[in-house]
Design a protein around this ligand. Sequence first.
Ligand code: PEP
Length: 260
Amino acid sequence: MTERTPLIAGNWKMNLDHLQAIALIQKLAWTLNEKNHDFKDVEVCVIPPFTSLRSAQTLIEAEKFELSLGAQDISKHASGAYTGEISGAMLSKLAVKYVLVGHSERRQYHNEDDSVISAKVAASFSSNITPIICVGETQEQLQEFGPSAIPVKQVLAALEGQENLREFVIAYEPVWAIGTGEIATPEQAENVAVEIRAAIGQKFGDVAEQVRILYGGSVKAGNVAGFMQGANIDGVLVGGASLDSAEFAGIARYKKHIVL
Ligand code: PEP
């Protein structure tokens, strides 16, 4: 069986200025270091807004923190007259390792469709940044199409026609569970992850065994361990709870939790 290093990623969304970001990263790293967290065993990634990336990078490098850095979006364009956009090359200069692509809030509020998302995945690959491709169904879609049809379709659309396939991560985030306090059961998440992995396997073969599949949607320190027991769940994408260093550190330390 392929060993996949679990990834615990915190999406801060549009929260915290760069000074607050520095304080949160410091507290998080200190908490985890104090508990002797093994970052090679469970990878921990912070995903602040663009305005905090430079400060986060400088701090992480200066203090030799073992945290990974992610960005919340990437332009599908490489450079040029695209006011307000941030390119992959700019992100990789800031030591950004991961980028969220196709988060449901981008799909909903910025009308990002499959073709935009696939172009952003391609832009990530060209910049050597690992996309965390976010997929998930709304409550209505769940009722109409069942649990895995929409996420599987979105995964395949994001990967369609990629000429330069490199490492990627999938985050299964049911839209109805994001920021709502509602949560999928570990069994629901595992079942969808199985279907996603099978679909990737059908299309791309052995790559599927290496792909990390995360669950996201109202994850907290108190419920993370159940998800992480799924054989096909390789981590979590955390929104709200990642803004609290103690709570997020608790999520990263899920192996220490007693699972009843
Ligand atoms: C998210 O923003 O990807 C997310 C899962 O948010 P929350 O954990 O707050 O539901």
